[in-house]
Design a protein around this ligand. Sequence first.
Ligand SMILES: *Cc1c(COP(=O)(O)O)cnc(C)c1O
Length: 457
Amino acid sequence: MDERDEALRAAHDAASAFLAGLPDRPVWPRAGLEEMRARFGGALPEEGGNAAELIRELAAGADPGLVAIPGGRFFGFVIGGTLPAALAADWLVSAWDQNSGSSTMTTATVALEQVAGEWILDLLGLPAGASVGFVTGAQVSNLVCLASARAAVLRRRGWDMARDGLTAAPRVRLVVGEHRHGSIDRAARILGFGTNDLVVAASDSEGRMLPAGLSAALEECDGDPVIVCLQAGEVHTGAFDPFAELIPRARAGDAWVHVDGAFGLWAAAAPGLSALVAGAEEADSWTTDAHKTLNVPYDCGMAIVRDPADSIAVFRTGGDYLMYASLDPWDLTPELSRRARGVPVWAALRSLGRAGVADLVERLARNAAALERDLRSIPGITVVNEVPFTQVMFRLGDDAATRALGAAILADGTAAVTPAEWAGRAVLRCSMSSWVTTDDDIARTLAAFERLVTTGS
Ligand SMILES: *Cc1c(COP(=O)(O)O)cnc(C)c1O
């Protein structure tokens, strides 16, 4: 066996051992950052080493600092696990090392990504023919979609941003919901929208934008070109904006409508849940992730724009040495060189089929409902949200008790449930995003909470 094969085998063995051990390892890491740095740090050695040996060292050294994210009881943030077909496809992507921006050169991976994009549009009920740009995640997708939106609303006013820039351009207004995701603010900031440029539309107590709030916000824009950001799936509550009421109002004001549906847009793929996103297909652009609800490995999100000309107008690249076709992946996103991160999406969708995707999304929502029901049975715990989808938010008595319970569950290691704030109060939030979570995982999590609430340890 040569060094390369031996190293790949060592990586395979270490990966298999890690995945097999997930049900039994503490979910939260046992070692802190300093301990991890001490293991891997120091001056760069003068001499190199054998690849297989150092892969074995790397895996053994990393173990206490690894989080059981691909396991069944990681409920922090909004983080999916990894489907077997997606993981294996991701390994191939690394081995193939295809720099997948060009339709002329990397035909296999670009074709796989194009097909994956078409399947995604079909599953999410979005217009066939929209452009699907594969990016690192929803943060960058929001940036891509809002950049495309800004150039498009300016073009409608006769302003060519690509040629004339922004300095003397008409003022563009960005209407956002009170409970938008922080990545919208960051994307806005990168694009040059200050806090005072944002027009905030009021939301209800679950974080859904109010139609009257949108109308008031549009009025405030006073005829300026407008982009409206809506949301499918609020990170605390899982709530969905009422698209069928909001989008016609935004349209009447000639606004571009963007929907951040990082995890929530997937409700469209499940017949029992698709009513939550009814009307969202009327927007102009959509953000979604594959590394959350679809359970492909990091990093993978999609920037979807109804008219590909609107994304190309901003992102078309240049370089006499590159080879161009009519539509190349590098014309849709800010990256030039990149891995074929859409290939694991093809593999995930191909392994699940349409029925499997629907079943996955419905199972995540069923898991959230089961956890909600069981949490309500623990004395002192209050579930705070309506739980329409995959997010469950709760508290135990006052803020101090809630924070202490949050710290205790992480130290206990049975499950990862992460702290947040909602309506000015401490909460704990759980996100059901992993395909591997079983009834037993939920029962073990509940038993841990029951024990921590009644005995405090
Ligand atoms: C997770 C999330 C994002 C950011 O997504 P990344 O994939 O982490 O970049 C944006 N919006 C919403 C609603 C999210 O849940």
